[in-house]
Unconditional design. Structure first.
Length: 315
């Protein structure tokens, strides 16, 4: 998790109140996590007094040290864990916060075993206070698990995303759900650009040919194109969408975007991106469409039939 020295905002959602924290660090290190955790605990502890009824129902973490059982669910990196000291998202590194947590009197249990009724995580559900997980090896927090977790107070994603949490059940139980908002926006924007090039250049079939020892130029070239001159549209122009548009600018594409709000005029001028108020109209103009919007009940499967038609028409 590298953030290139920029601020990493931490967002905590506690019933009707949102807490935001920012840290300056080139990487999500042990010190960064320590600052985030301590800030979160102080914020949650202070929120319980003098607040409205929706907040007072929350299972508050208190600022006093000690006595908390914290479970981290991470993937095993095995031999790769030793290759990079900043490989923090693995079970071996465990975010690099063990020493600090234990110095504060907390119990820190780490496992990669998270599935099934007899898994290691399930054994700790009844008495854990904090559950930390990652987007790439998520511990699924279902309504059933929340019901069993009588002491659970904080669900923390060391990264972005909360699809693995039943948010309605978490809100009903007064739990705090937190993530490291914005920590991966550069990585995602770069990944999207890579995938666009792979798609347009027909790279995957060519790579498969090389692996098989084949050489059929026409078989690849008939669907390989330059990105220059193509029309690329992003559905959503938030943090990631804006970064993608900036990275596409040097390729001399026709850039379109659809969002609820228009971008800042200066950024529109910088990227050359044009605002499309009508989503259906934008989709009809695009050679490539990138989805950069939150997954919610309103956006899930939205325009699914249109995307299928686009896919078929380009065959």
């Amino acid at each position: 998790m590298v953030n290139n020295g920029t601020e990493i905002p931490i967002m905590l959602i506690q019933r009707s109140r949102t807490f935001r924290f920012r840290i300056r660090n080139s990487q999500l290190t042990a010190m960064a996590l320590k600052r985030v955790a301590s800030s979160a605990i102080r914020a949650l502890g202070s929120s319980s007094a003098g607040s409205d009824s929706s907040i007072t129902l929350t299972r508050s973490l208190h600022a006093s040290a000690g006595g908390k059982k914290i479970v981290g669910v991470f993937y095993k990196a095995n031999e790769y864990a030793s290759l990079n000291p900043n490989f923090l998202g693995s079970a071996e590194r465990a975010l690099g916060i063990r020493e600090w947590l234990e110095s504060q009197g907390h119990e820190y249990i780490v496992t990669d075993d998270k599935e099934g009724p007899n898994c290691e995580l399930e054994k700790h559900i009844p008495d854990l206070h904090v559950l930390i997980t990652t987007p790439f090896h998520p511990a699924y927090v279902t309504a059933e698990r929340i019901k069993k977790a009588k002491n659970l107070q904080l669900l923390l994603t060391a990264g972005i995303g909360s699809d693995h949490v039943d948010l309605k059940a978490a809100a009903a139980a007064g739990l705090t759900v937190a993530e490291v908002t914005g920590s991966n926006v550069v990585s995602v924007a770069e990944d999207e650009l890579m995938r666009i090039l792979i798609l347009v250049r027909n790279f995957v079939p060519g790579h498969q040919q090389v692996i098989k020892g084949e050489w059929n130029v026409a078989g690849i070239a008939h669907r390989a194109y330059d990105l220059e001159g193509k029309t690329v549209g992003t559905v959503g122009a938030g943090r990631i969408g804006k970064l993608l548009l900036q990275r596409l600018k040097p390729f001399n594409c026709n850039l379109l975007y659809h969002d609820r709000l228009k971008m800042d005029p200066e950024l529109e001028t910088q990227t050359g991106a044009k605002f499309e108020e009508d989503l259906d109209g934008m989709l009809a103009k695009c050679d490539v469409v990138v989805i950069n919007m939150p997954l919610t009940e309103k956006t899930r499967y939205s325009r699914l039939e249109i995307y299928v038609i686009i896919s078929v028409s380009n065959e």
